[in-house]
Design a protein around this ligand. Structure first.
Ligand SMILES: [Zn+2]
Length: 109
């Protein structure tokens, strides 16, 4: 479809702790990473199709276990920008409201 874009993003959410790396065989700093894919119109009105959290060893870049979803609740702000998460629904809601006003309010009675 014209104007339909998908994009992949990877975000480093920062240091979580130091723990044993199974690849380095020693204690290393681990960062939490979020990898997600969005789709939407014109790269603006998007929704998230897939998101996964990983613990990554910052020394060898080895990705360890995927962290369960819902981990974003610990953040003050959601790591995915608002329009990338809800832009598509915002557009759909706006169109729905416009159609409602057009047919019911202006052409009703
Ligand atoms: Zn490592």
């Amino acid at each position: 479809m014209y104007g339909w874009f998908g994009a992949d993003y990877t975000v480093n959410l920062g240091l979580v702790d130091h723990r044993q790396c199974e690849y380095c065989k020693s204690i290393q700093p681990f960062h939490l990473f979020l990898r997600y894919h969005t789709a939407g119109l014109w790269g603006l009105f998007n929704y998230v199709e897939d998101q996964k959290y990983f613990m990554v060893c910052m020394t060898c870049r080895g990705a360890h276990e995927a962290v369960k979803s819902g981990v974003e609740k610990q953040f003050e702000r959601h790591p995915i920008p608002f329009m990338r998460r809800h832009g598509f629904y915002l557009l759909a809601a706006t169109l729905g409201l416009a159609l409602f006003l057009y047919f019911v309010v202006f052409h009703g009675s």
